[in-house]
Design a protein around this ligand. Structure first.
Ligand SMILES: *Cc1c(COP(=O)(O)O)cnc(C)c1O
Length: 474
C-alpha cells in the first residue's frame, strides 16, 4: 500500500496528461471498438499475482488494454441510447472527490451540504417547488425505485396500513400505472417494492406517443370498482424511445381526484422546463410528487449520477429512515442515508454534479439543451430533404427515429433497419441504435453530447446512406 510521495505525484501528473491527451484524441479514433474475445477472457479472469505490481504499470495497462476499446459514448458521433461524453469539470471533480473520500451518507462534511445544494438546484431547474428535497443516486433506475418506495409508504401511511394485517391487506391490492413507452426501470422498481406484474398497468399511448389519459382514467376507475388500490402513476418526461413528454398536468389532476402519487420519470427530460422550446410541455411541474432526473444524461456529468427529487422529502425519509444505536443522526441536518438505501455514499458524485451545475449556471444549462435540440433539428431537416430517408417520429426532445427506404425497395424494412445499424456500428465512424415505434423498427439517433457538431450529424447520415445503399444493391 505504501507509495513514495514522489512516485505518487509523478504518476498523478502522468495520469492528468494522459486524460487530456486521451480526450483530445477521441474524435479522431473509431467511435467504438469491440473487444476481441481473447482479450475479454483475459480481463475477465485477471488472476492476482502473489507479489503486486509497480505503480507506474497501471497507467501503461490502461493505455494498452483498456482505452483502445471504448463503448463509444465519449465520441461526438455517438448517437445511441442516452449515454454522453463526460463534462470536463466533472472529470476533475471526480478525481478530487476520490482524494477527499468523504461519505455523503453519514457524519458531517461539506460534501453532504453540497449534495443538498445540488439537489435543490436540480429541483429549481426542473420547476419543482421550493422546499423540494431528495438525494443523488447511481442513476435513473435507483431514483425511480426510491420514489416508488416513497409513494408506497405515503399511500399506506395515509390508510394507517404500514404494518400487520392492515399492511398485508392493502399491499396485496396496490396498483401502479405507466405507459407502454415507459422505461423498463420503472417496472423493475415496482417489482422490487413487491408489486407483481399483474398489478402494473401498461397504459397505451396516443398517436404522438404520449400516455393516453382517457385510457388511464378508465383503467384507474375499473381498478377501483374492482376493489383494488391505485396508488401511483408514473409519467415519463422525455421517453427513452422517442423523446416524448407525457401530459403532466392532466395526469396530476387525475392523481389528485383519486388520492394517488404522481411520479415523473425525467431521467432524460426532467429539466425540460428551463428551455423555452420545451417549457410548454412542462406546465404543472410544481404539482408533481416526485421526479427522477439523470445529470449523467443531459448535463453530461460523468457516469454515474441520478437524482430522486421529492416535493415533500419527509415521504422519502419515512420510507428509508431506520434508527440504529451505532449511527447517531442529527434532526436539524438529517443524514442523507435516511433518505435512501445506501449508508456509505460517494462524495465524487455530489462534487461532480455541483461543479457542472455551477460551471454552467442556469443559462449554461439552457444553452446545453439548446445544443442538443439544434442538432436534432438539423438532423431532421437533412432526413426530410433526402428521398431515401423517412422521418418516422421524434421529439420534442433530441431523439430522431427514421428509416432508410429507397423507392424501389421491396424487402423487409425491419431486417434492413437492423442490418444498417449493425454495419454502421461496426464501421466505427458513427454509432446509433434502433427502436420499435408503432410496431416498426426504426433507426434511432439521440443527440446528447456537448462535443457533437454539425459535421458529426452529416457523418451519421452519410454512413446510413453508404451502408443502406450497399445493403439494397441488387
Ligand atoms: C436512462 C433512463 C432511465 C434509467 O436511468 P439509469 O441512469 O440508466 O439507471 C430511466 N428512465 C428513463 C426515461 C431513462 O431515459
Amino acid at each position: 500500500m505504501a507509495v513514495e510521495p514522489s512516485d505518487f505525484r509523478r504518476e498523478l501528473l502522468r495520469a492528468a496528461n494522459w486524460v487530456a491527451d486521451y480526450l483530445d484524441a477521441v474524435p479522431s479514433n473509431p467511435v467504438a471498438r469491440p473487444l476481441p474475445t481473447r482479450h475479454r477472457r483475459r480481463l475477465s479472469a485477471s488472476p492476482l499475482r502473489d507479489n503486486g505490481r509497480p505503480l507506474a504499470e497501471f497507467l501503461d495497462f490502461v493505455d494498452t488494454d483498456v482505452a483502445p476499446y471504448p463503448g463509444g459514448n465519449g465520441h461526438p458521433a455517438f448517437f445511441a441510447w442516452i449515454t454522453t461524453p463526460p463534462a470536463p469539470i466533472g472529470i476533475i471533480a471526480d478525481l478530487i472527490g476520490c482524494a477527499l473520500n468523504a461519505s455523503c451518507g453519514y457524519g458531517e462534511n461539506a460534501l453532504v451540504d453540497m449534495e443538498r445544494g445540488a439537489v435543490r438546484a436540480l429541483a429549481e431547474l426542473a420547476g419543482l417547488p421550493a422546499g423540494t428535497g431528495g438525494v443523488l443516486t447511481s442513476g435513473g433506475s435507483m431514483a425511480n425505485l426510491l420514489c416508488l418506495a416513497a409513494a408506497r409508504t405515503w399511500f399506506l401511511t395515509a390508510r394507517a396500513a404500514t404494518d400487520g394485517d392492515a399492511y398485508d391487506h392493502a399491499h396485496a391490492r396496490l396498483v401502479c400505472y405507466q405507459s407502454t413507452e415507459t422505461h423498463m426501470s420503472v417496472g423493475k422498481a415496482a417489482r422490487t417494492i413487491g408489486l407483481p406484474p399483474s398489478r402494473i398497468r401498461n397504459i397505451p399511448v396516443t398517436a404522438d406517443l404520449r400516455m393516453d389519459t382517457d385510457r388511464l382514467r378508465a383503467a384507474v376507475e375499473a381498478d377501483r370498482a374492482a376493489g383494488l388500490l391505485p396508488f401511483c402513476v408514473v409519467s415519463t418526461l422525455g421517453t427513452v424511445g422517442t423523446g416524448a413528454v407525457d401530459p403532466v398536468a392532466e395526469v396530476t389532476r387525475l392523481c389528485r381526484e383519486h388520492g394517488m402519487w404522481h411520479h415523473g420519470d425525467g431521467a432524460y427530460g426532467g429539466l425540460g422546463a428551463v428551455h423555452p422550446d420545451l417549457a410548454a410541455h412542462y406546465g404543472g411541474m410544481a404539482e408533481l410528487d416526485s421526479l427522477t432526473v439523470d445529470p449523467h444524461k443531459t448535463l453530461n456529468v460523468p457516469i454515474s449520477c441520478g437524482a430522486a427529487l421529492v416535493a415533500n422529502a419527509d415521504s422519502l425519509r419515512a420510507a428509508f429512515s431506520t434508527q440504529a444505536s451505532y449511527l447517531d443522526g442529527n434532526d436539524e441536518w438529517p443524514w442523507l442515508s435516511e433518505y435512501t438505501l445506501e449508508l456509505t455514499r460517494p462524495s465524487g458524485r455530489a462534487l461532480s454534479v455541483w461543479a457542472v451545475l455551477h460551471q454552467l449556471g442556469r443559462q449554461g444549462v439552457v444553452d446545453l439543451l439548446d445544443h442538443y435540440l439544434r442538432h436534432a433539428r438539423l438532423l431532421r431537416e437533412l432526413i426530410s430533404e433526402h428521398p431515401d430517408l423517412h422521418l418516422v417520429t421524434g421529439g420534442p426532445w433530441a431523439i430522431t427515429c427514421f428509416r432508410y427506404l429507397p423507392q424501389n425497395f421491396t424487402g423487409d424494412a425491419d431486417v434492413l433497419t437492423a442490418h444498417i445499424a449493425q454495419q454502421l456500428q461496426a464501421r466505427g465512424k458513427a454509432f446509433l441504435a434502433t427502436v420499435r415505434v408503432h410496431g416498426n423498427l426504426t433507426l434511432r439517433a439521440s443527440v446528447c453530447g456537448h462535443r457533437t457538431t454539425k459535421a458529426d450529424i452529416e457523418t451519421l447520415l452519410a454512413e446510413v446512406l453508404h451502408v443502406g445503399s450497399h445493403l439494397t444493391m441488387s
